[in-house]
Ligand binder design. Structure first.
Ligand SMILES: *[C@@H]1O[C@H](CO)[C@@H](O)[C@H](O)[C@H]1NC(C)=O
Ligand SMILES: *[C@@H]1O[C@H](CO)[C@@H](O)[C@H](O)[C@H]1NC(C)=O
Ligand SMILES: *[C@@H]1O[C@H](CO)[C@@H](O)[C@H](O)[C@H]1NC(C)=O
Length: 202
């Protein structure tokens, strides 16, 4: 008897809790909230390149501030804003996937390190209009740099994960860099949602 009432209590708690949480959103937001409430997640791997133009008339990276010691070897204190093209392959004329926009700050007195605050703004295919946000430490002379993915919007709502970044190439005479990014991201997946009735039945 005690066992049955405990089960009933757990069951009602689950059902009530579920209804309460998922009753928040109506209309177009409903299925996303259902997916979120049901813990429906998916892992997506993304692989792309950034066209990092540091010089010339079409530069996409610009200095906006610096400290009295920014001319040192580590550029400490220099702040740059960037709006880099994201492409499918290293070739700048390959398919355009979006832009990488944000702020980088040289923030290590001893080695070249960037504090990255970056949004990947996707404009292609099913990711069109979705964003991913990167926040972290980038020791740019290392081969593979790991950066945390701290969030996202659209398809990537509630995203968390990590990115591996490396310098694919850098042309010293033109100041043109090509950066490779591989991103692993876990996020809510609306396509996996079941209706509430099915969840209550299990
Ligand atoms: C800069 O962009 C313009 C317009 O797209 C282009 O005509 C020009 O060749 C570019 N210059 C360089 C150095 O890439
Ligand atoms: C991306 O979405 C915008 C706004 O809805 C639309 O104007 C544009 O054509 C879309 N681009 C692609 C490649 O689907
Ligand atoms: C750098 O760019 C210049 C001008 O486009 C080109 O002539 C040169 O071959 C490039 N260097 C490398 C190492 O790719």
């Amino acid at each position: 008897m005690a066992k049955i009432s405990t089960l009933l209590l757990v069951y009602s708690f689950f059902v009530l809790g579920f209804s309460f949480t998922c009753a928040i959103a109506k209309g177009p937001e409903k299925s996303w909230h259902e997916a979120f409430c049901q813990g429906k997640e998916t892992t997506t791997k993304l692989h792309f390149y950034l066209q990092d133009v540091l010089g010339g008339p079409n530069a996409t990276v610009w200095e906006v501030a610096k400290s009295p010691i920014s001319n040192s070897v580590t550029s400490f204190g220099q702040i740059r804003v960037l709006d880099d093209l994201i492409t499918r392959t290293p070739n700048p004329n390959s398919k355009k996937l979006g832009r990488a926009q944000g702020l980088i700050t040289f923030s290590d007195l001893d080695v070249s390190v960037l504090n990255m605050n970056l949004n990947f703004v996707f404009t292609a295919g099913s990711y069109n209009g979705s964003t991913l946000t990167i926040l972290g430490r980038n020791q740019i002379m290392n081969v593979d740099r790991e950066l945390p993915v701290v969030g996202g919007t659209g398809i990537f709502r509630m995203a968390r994960g990590y990115a591996i970044s490396n310098t694919y190439s850098y042309n010293v005479s033109t100041n043109y860099g090509i950066l490779e990014y591989t991103v692993y991201v876990v996020h809510t997946d609306v396509s996996k949602v079941k209706n509430i009735q099915m969840v209550m039945d299990t």
